[in-house]
Write a protein that binds this ligand. Structure first.
Ligand code: F6P
Length: 518
């Protein structure tokens, strides 16, 4: 069983004397102006939460885009600030992007190009050569920051996500004394989908600069291997999950991300969460007997319209629930500058208004739509109040909300309605699995959850809780770091830009059985 202490031990005993550098576009702490005051915010990001224990134990450096309007006020002359602000344990190094860079790199190539491409949600990706130029330039900018932080010494570099496909190659070419891993937090689509990416060879070549490349599930690893096999000159070994190009190898592995289930459960069942439940009950009104909940970023990959249509269908087919049922949808605004996100916002608001208008009766409405961020205590309270939680992503790498809901339910109650097309569905077969593109299927699952006897709810929830407790975020981090530790730093004579030889057969066990079924 992996714990925070076990991870800390691994880092302190095995990674001593070697720098540890994380690269992610999103920073773990954002300084913003609130009037004249500077406040510090933590972003709504499962990725940032997952990396927290690694950063805490390694005391390393996190390199990220400084996106807050007061970020420059908080850093020293080297653009560094120690964090967390209350009890600093590691360094945040900020990289500054111009408005044009942010537009082309983050909103453009990453979130209008790669995001819809990899999620396969029928939102056409947008590819602009100017965005690709910015993406390249920003990857180079981050490479400079990593190389400056590593200062020529051996370092482990752990890159996050689809914002930095070119970075691993840039780093390896500049300094072979770096061991580089990357975790891809979103799905990797099949080759047929990926082939529409206009700069696919350059992008894949960049990713193959990694020593280790992680995806959530085996299925995404296989898609990646096939994509490379059909696109580049490379030796693709589907037995060992290894790709060799130009004499150097990249090991590809599944690492299902997770949460700290114990910590989450303790917080969700604290007196503060009890008080928040009382407040929510008051807000939902006396007539509410059954609560359903959905909580996520307002993103078109999350299947929010389909879920609202399911509420409508449920009320159509189940008259008993009229007047008594409330569906609470929390949607945190995200990437609002991207047209597909503002269109979604309009669509969701229109649907909520139409459905509430259709069913409104003597002060009762079926949907409470909250387009705002809720703190962790309020989210946990909502999870505990709900008979069911709906995660209807059209496609999702993992989905941590599903795991948070399960961890919140120390009472062994509540039903998880989960899209088949999430990584989490592979680990949580006791959820009611649905096709998120079919509102009637989601509605059927809602009805099943409403009618499910308490003993069956408890049986399913206990099994899911055990799964999430055992496969926690420390296991995710521990497995990736153990993978990094299998690579040797080159002898000084070798460290002039040449990559390591293929030696991946001893790097971690290939995918566990659970993922082998995909
Ligand atoms: O799931 C992919 C991801 O990039 C996460 O790493 C991150 O937590 C989330 O999306 C939010 O994205 P952004 O940083 O663009 O708000």
């Amino acid at each position: 069983m992996w714990t925070r202490d076990a991870l800390r031990d691994l880092i302190r005993t095995k990674m001593q004397g070697v720098k540890f550098i994380v690269v992610a576009n999103r920073e773990p702490f954002i300084h913003r102006y609130d009037g004249d005051r500077i406040v510090v915010q933590k972003p709504a990001s499962g990725m940032a939460t997952a990396l927290d224990p690694i950063m805490d134990a390694s005391g390393g450096t996190w390199i990220a885009h400084g996106s807050g309007d007061a970020d420059r006020e908080a850093v020293d002359e080297f653009d560094r600030v120690r964090v967390p602000p209350d009890d600093p344990t590691y360094t945040l190094r900020r990289v500054w992007l111009t408005k044009e860079e942010e537009k082309g790199f983050y909103y453009g190539l990453a979130n209008e190009g790669l995001w819809p491409l990899c999620h396969v949600t029928f939102t056409p990706p947008v590819f602009r050569p100017t965005d690709w130029d910015m993406y390249r330039a920003v990857n180079r900018k981050f490479a400079d920051a990593v190389l400056a932080e590593a200062a020529g010494e051996p370092a482990f570099v752990f890159i996050q996500d689809y914002h930095f496909c070119l970075l691993p190659r840039l780093l390896k070419e500049a300094n072979a004394n770096l061991i580089v891993a990357q975790f891809w937090h979103i799905p990797w689509p099949n080759r047929e989908v990926f082939r529409v990416f206009p700069w696919q060879e350059e992008l894949l070549h960049g990713l193959l600069g990694n020593d280790l490349l992680g995806f959530h599930i085996r299925h995404h690893c296989l898609n990646f291997l096939e994509t490379v096999d059909r696109t580049l000159e490379a030796k693709v070994d589907t037995e060992r999950f290894e790709i060799t190009r130009g004499g150097r190898a990249t090991t590809v592995r599944p690492f299902p991300i997770s949460i700290d289930a114990d910590e989450h459960a303790a917080h969700a069942n604290s007196p503060a969460a009890d008080e928040a439940m009382v407040r929510w009950k008051r807000r939902l009104g006396k007539r509410t007997e059954l609560v359903g909940v959905g909580i996520e970023r307002l993103d078109y990959t999350k299947g929010i319209p389909q879920r609202l249509l399911a509420v409508d269908h449920l009320l159509d087919t189940t008259p008993d629930l009229r007047g008594k049922f409330k569906f609470v949808q929390v949607a945190v605004p995200s990437r609002s500058q991207v047209p597909a996100y503002s269109r979604l916002e309009d669509e969701v608001e229109g649907l909520v208004a139409d459905i509430n208008y259709k069913w409104r009766d003597r002060g009762w409405e079926p949907i409470l739509f909250l387009k705002e961020h809720q703190g962790p205590t309020d989210m946990a309270a909502l999870h505990r109040l709900a008979r069911f939680c709906v995660v209807s992503s059209l496609h999702d790498g993992m989905n941590l909300v599903a795991k948070e809901f399960v961890a919140s339910r120390a009472d062994d109650d509540g039903v998880l309605i989960l899209s088949r097309f999430t990584g989490a569905a592979r680990e949580l077969p006791d959820a009611l699995l649905v096709n998120p593109f079919a509102p009637h299927e989601i509605a059927d699952a809602m009805k099943q959850a409403a009618d499910m006897p308490a003993d069956e709810r408890a049986k399913r929830m206990r099994r899911m809780r055990q799964q999430v407790a055992e496969n926690n975020v420390y296991r995710w981090a521990g497995k990736i770091l153990s993978g990094l530790l299998k690579f040797d730093f080159p002898e000084p004579a070798e460290a002039g830009g040449r990559g390591r030889d293929s030696k991946a057969d001893d790097v971690l066990v290939p995918a566990p059985d659970l993922y082998a079924r995909v």
